[in-house]
Design a protein around this ligand. Sequence first.
Ligand code: SAM
Length: 303
Amino acid sequence: MDKNLHMHELTLNKLMEHTISHLVIIESIENETDAYLEAEVILSYLFQTEFINLRVDFKKYRHAFDKEKLNRILIRRISGEPLAYITSVKHFYDLILSVGHGVLVPRSETELLVDEGINQINILKKTKEEINVVDVGTGSGAIIISIAKNITNVEKINLFAIDNSKHAIKYCKENIKKYALEDKITVIHSDLLTKFHVTPHIIFANLPYIDEDDMFSLQKEIRNAEPSNALNGGKNGLAIIIKLLKQLSGILNPKMIAIILEIGINQDDQIKRIVKEYIPNSNLSFINDYQGIKRVAVIKNKN
Ligand SMILES: C[S@@+](CC[C@H](N)C(=O)[O-])C[C@H]1O[C@@H](n2cnc3c(N)ncnc32)[C@H](O)[C@@H]1O
């Protein structure tokens, strides 16, 4: 730890410089901007206030500086623990979700599924009295809670969150409670739709889609810290998605409107083939993420 961090002459700039100098060596931090943004999060967490408050009046917070605590945070981070597991929270859409070991840290590209889902639900609301919306592989509940918080006339809509991991279910329930949605979202511990006995109209699925053969080439930080049950998609990364589409082909009816799937890089051609096989009477389109990668597959009933 930098010996120059003396309390009486401590400035925010010095503290930022010090924190950034430790973060830049981390594999997942690609550039100075990443390091700067993480340093902001770390210092906000350390002083338990928003970073803007530190910027505006650092002197007010300086006395609470805990050098040992900062040291411990940096050691955990440098040894490969994801930042969100250290701070126990992750911003997603307009939420601040609780996360920790055993549940996937929600990624920003998954917000695209929420945007698309809100569009689909709004269209459907005009013609349908009741809509059943299911998030399969809900993890922290990121998708379904964002939907619950961002749709109007929520009373017409039944929301369900499914996961086969007890750890994920624990975080999902905690987040549902945080946003006072216990009466609105039903949580089900199930292998995909096995224990789900309602006709789904809109299905979200950000299921594991990493090819089992690529698991070892994942960034160390992800591979070692995040649950493999949330990442490993088996053969070609598509085994769990295929299993879900098979289940859905069995219960498909003209009223099931859309399946909104997150997919991996270059999986679009295989998805086309699989959808044709299991959900033949459908239209398939893709939504690109901010890097231009086909990231979301939208399967809609033709009728
Ligand atoms: C990629 S993570 C996505 C989590 C969350 N939806 C998100 O976007 O942050 C995949 C999730 O699917 C769950 N999962 C994996 N296999 C499953 C299965 N067979 N049935 C139900 N959930 C499953 C994992 O436990 C994990 O929470």
